[in-house]
Design a protein around this ligand. Structure first.
Ligand SMILES: [Zn+2]
Length: 153
């Protein structure tokens, strides 16, 4: 399961709207708290796909990945997952997303319909790598108090 503050969710939504009609992307950095992934910050990075593909694909290159991982470690955090937007598409993984997903990481997807952020979901790759399963998002305020929890899929 994943726990994230309303502020960080808002950052992801805003970035998705700002990057529309292209996909935004970034890292989810934080700490493991038992079975929870506690996201502390959502770090935006450039979508490195070619310009003609950015409206429905994103790519985070190995250099950015290494840099972000190092920065996370230096501040006592780790890479817990990634987020990206789906311009004018539902907040569920595409075939491309499934094929490029890595085990264990959380993948937050925000749908941005006509420039306005819509549903926001989180996904984890199934063990046989066949598909991404939706996971619960526990939204907390800055004090760590629950605001809401997404219903079971
Ligand atoms: Zn996608």
């Amino acid at each position: 399961m994943i726990r994230i503050s309303a502020e960080q969710v808002e950052r992801i939504r805003q970035l998705g709207e700002k990057t529309y009609p292209d996909e935004c992307c970034g890292f989810l950095l934080g700490q493991l708290d038992g079975t929870y992934k506690q996201v502390l910050t959502a770090v935006p990075v450039a979508n490195e796909r070619e310009a003609t593909e950015k409206h429905h694909r994103f790519f985070i290159g190995p250099d950015i990945y290494r840099r972000c991982e190092r920065q996370a470690r230096e501040s006592g955090m780790e890479v817990l997952g990634f987020y990206h937007s789906h311009p004018d598409a539902p907040a569920r993984p595409s075939q491309y997303d499934i094929e490029h997903a890595w085990p264990w990481y959380s993948y937050i997807i925000v749908s941005v319909m006509k420039g306005k952020s819509d549903r926001l979901t989180s996904w984890v790759l199934q063990d046989d790598r066949d598909k991404l399963n939706e996971e619960k998002i526990n939204l907390v305020d800055s004090q760590g108090t629950y605001i809401w929890r997404t219903p079971c899929p």
